[in-house]
Design a binder for this molecule. Structure first.
Ligand code: ZN
Ligand code: ZN
Ligand code: FE
Length: 755
């Protein structure tokens, strides 16, 4: 005899406004269950009753067959007494149960829309703005809420009868699809090529021809302008590099489809899934392409993405296989969105503009994901991800605004158990990036309806975002940079008990007024202790040393061999005047702050090995050091002894480098292995001290795949549970999340006076 049971499921995640309830209804019908599904303030409640095997199947299908845009973060399941309902119903949402609707990120074009785009008799055949409830622009077109057409940039376009009929029909794929449009009523594209009048017909064929001829085009896209060029045309690529003022930093490439992607890069089933995901990020993949050197000079990986809007698709339909698609800006400026702005800023860089008249409300760059042996690592979180929240284990006590850091900045707004991180806002040492920070933070407050009661920021006295936070009238929590990194990782993994945190990055202002960046912390969002750090050395010239790894090399040499550094072959190849200036700075402690930075250590080693003396983009030296290290198969770490925590001596990590004991690739590899083993050993000492065997790895240095792999395997072999980032980047793009967590914990501990 069949066993009848009833269960209640409390489902949290992206389950509202994504077709989740109709999906639950269908599953329940198919499994012949009775009960109901209901929207609540904190998620969806389901009660399901029926044959116990079918109930179990329902629960597993619920998680396995989710609608395209739904994501389950947690399911709480509890047994109930059977009630003997006669059917399964969708309970109408009453007003006070109204969920705070989550605003969807922008979604890459779906297969249904792609089919229509390619169907000659379809009313939206070859229409660059085709979309439906499963795909299309969202975050980037929303001016204010509720998410309704009049409050989006589609407000300028009155729907025609055909579109309206689809929009009003509950059984149509475009039912309540706010950006719905067609050639009769929606936005349009045009081409303004140098020396020709604006064109509205045959735009894509001509644009593709221009690109094939080696021209550079500025293309207005979803979150801003791209600059597009043929990746096999070295003149076009060189023009792009000169124009943007970007010497070496790799360009991303958009490819027609997965087949082309496979010709250019090594794909795995996982990386194909990520490429084809509705989020459509740029995915970094091992390359074997035939592009010219200028596309991604000296890189072992190439960033690929698929066409994610119908506009991109129509361009690639003209027989193109790959295009460099780099953000439409000068180096370090925010991406251009307005037509006039783009014309003014990009004029000299391109030979024409492919434009459209659907306004971009929220500036949003492409997201970047690295595919590693341990899964996806976010490098830049923006289009497709924002404003999807990171769900906390528990709600925050009051609404919090976190201002993030200075570099690769993001801000964050928190309400209940949701933390909404902003899109990537760039480096905040440029006035335009800071204006973007202000613009984006107020846009997010508007569309998420979050009025902050507390503001959190970095402890750094000079960060623009922190100075801005200090000028607000709200109660404020200033968070130590590396504490924020650790708290961010713990928030992602819902960990509240203190853990060990190896926090390795470029720079962060320390509690002792020095620059931290090679830290072993023990703690949680509430409190932390600094158990160990790399022995500090001076940074001659302060931030200048970030752009010039050769300065760090000199600092390490001087530290390690104080009596011989002047005669070292590395020192001898550098101009005497420079050496004199730097040496003076370090000796007098003038303009030479002390740092325990691990990022600088990588820089210094790369410089000493002659790999890169000056960098043209952030972490270039470290990236190149990693690539050279990859040319050698695993080597043993150099021998060292470590018996004490606190200041960790640099000698065991640097001596073989200083003495140039092996060839450069071998030294590069052994440095990686030794540094990893060194931190593993430090963690063992910390475990003896604290009894804690959980370790979190965070900070920008963990973008280094080789080093991360080496540390994870070392820690696991030593019996540790290891945590790395999944939902936010390990770099400073993730610290706003940590600032939220720390602020929430300080409020709960009664250390912040809130109104
Ligand atoms: Zn669609
Ligand atoms: Zn229409
Ligand atoms: Fe950092």
């Amino acid at each position: 005899m069949a066993l009848i049971e009833r269960i209640r499921l409390q489902v949290k995640g992206m389950v509202q406004g994504v077709g989740f309830r109709p999906f639950v209804f269908r599953l329940a019908q198919e499994e012949q269950l009775t009960g109901f599904v209901n929207n609540g303030a904190l998620g969806v409640t389901i009660e399901a009753e029926g044959d116990s095997e079918r109930v179990a199947k329902f629960v597993s299908r619920l998680q396995g067959e989710l609608p395209r845009l739904a994501r389950i973060v947690a399911i709480d399941m509890s047994p109930l007494e059977p009630l003997g309902n006669s059917d399964f119903v969708i309970v109408a949402t009453t007003h006070d149960q109204m969920p705070r609707t989550l605003i969807s990120p922008d979604v890459a074009m779906c297969d249904d829309c792609l089919n229509e785009l390619h169907t000659p008799l379809d009313p939206r055949f070859a229409y660059p703005f085709i979309n439906c409830t499963n795909c299309g622009p969202r975050f980037t077109i929303i001016r204010q809420i509720p998410y309704d057409r009049p409050y989006t940039s589609l407000a300028a376009f009155a729907m025609c009868d055909f579109c309206k009929r689809e929009y009003m029909n509950p059984s149509n794929r475009r039912f309540h699809a706010q950006p719905v449009a067609c050639p009769n009523c929606g936005p349009h594209v045009w081409l303004e090529a140098e020396g020709s009048p604006p064109l509205r017909k045959g735009v894509f064929a001509i644009a593709a021809d221009l690109l094939r001829q080696g021209r550079v085009l500025a293309i207005r896209g979803l979150g801003g302008f791209h600059l597009a060029a043929d990746p096999r045309n070295s003149r076009a690529i060189a023009k792009l590099r000169t124009g943007k003022g970007r010497e070496h930093k790799p360009f991303a490439v958009m490819v027609a489809d997965l087949k082309i992607a496979e010709k250019l890069c090594c794909l795995t089933p996982e990386s194909k899934t990520v490429l084809a995901d509705p989020k459509a990020p740029i995915v970094l993949l091992p390359r074997h392409d035939d592009f010219c050197d200028g596309v991604a000079p000296g890189q072992s990986k190439l960033g690929l993405m698929l066409p994610y809007t119908p506009l991109h698709q129509l361009l690639f339909d003209q027989g193109l296989d790959a295009l460099v698609m780099t953000s439409g800006n000068l180096s370090d400026e925010p991406i251009a969105t307005e037509i006039d702005e783009a014309k003014a800023r990009l004029k000299g860089l391109c030979d024409g503009f492919l434009l459209h008249n659907r306004d971009i409300v929220a500036r949003c760059d492409d997201s970047v994901v690295n595919m590693t042996s341990r899964g996806e690592v976010l490098i830049r979180r923006a289009r497709g991800y924002v404003p999807e929240p990171v769900f906390l284990k528990r709600g925050v006590p009051v609404n919090i605004l976190a201002c993030g850091g200075q570099f690769k900045a993001t801000s964050a707004l928190a309400r209940d158990d949701c933390v909404f991180l902003s899109q990537h806002l760039g480096d905040q040492d440029h006035a335009q990036s800071f204006a973007f920070f202000l613009e984006c933070t107020s846009h997010l407050q508007e569309i998420l309806e979050i009025e902050p009661a507390v503001v959190a920021c970095d402890l750094h006295p000079e960060y623009l975002t922190a100075k801005w936070a200090r000028a607000q009238t709200l109660p404020r929590v200033e968070v130590q940079h590396h504490h924020a990194h650790l708290a961010s990782l713990m928030a992602e993994h819902h960990i509240e008990e203190p853990i060990l945190g190896v926090v390795l990055d470029g720079t962060g202002y320390g509690l002792d007024d020095t620059i931290w960046g090679g830290e072993l912390l023990f703690g949680n969002a509430r409190d932390f202790e600094r158990l160990a750090w790399l022995e500090p050395v001076p940074m001659p010239g302060g931030e200048r040393a970030i752009k010039e790894p050769q300065r760090m090399a000199i600092a390490y040499l001087r530290h390690l061999v104080p009596d011989r550094w002047m005669d070292h072959p590395f020192t001898c190849q550098i101009d005497d005047n420079k050496i004199g200036t730097w040496s003076h700075m370090m000796a007098k402690g003038l303009h030479a702050p002390l740092t325990s930075s691990c990022g600088r250590l990588f820089d210094g080693v790369a410089a000493m090995l002659g790999i890169r003396l000056t960098a043209t983009y952030e972490a270039q030296a470290a990236i190149e050091l990693e690539m050279i290290a990859r040319d050698v198969s695993r080597v043993d770490p150099w021998p060292f002894e470590l018996h004490h925590l606190e200041a960790l001596p640099l000698k065991p990590l640097l001596e073989p480098v200083v003495q140039l004991r092996h060839n450069v690739p071998h030294l590069a590899r052994a440095f990686h292995e030794t540094l990893a083993a060194y931190w593993v050993r430090a963690c063992e000492l910390a475990r003896d001290l604290t009894g804690c065997f959980r370790v979190g790895l965070t900070g920008g240095v963990f973008q280094n795949e080789l080093f991360t792999e080496s540390m994870v395997s070392g820690l696991e072999a030593a019996g540790f549970d290891v945590f790395t980032h999944r939902q936010v980047p390990p770099n400073d793009g993730g610290i706003a999340l940590g600032q939220v967590a720390v602020a929430a914990a300080q409020i709960e501990a009664g250390r912040v006076l809130c109104a």
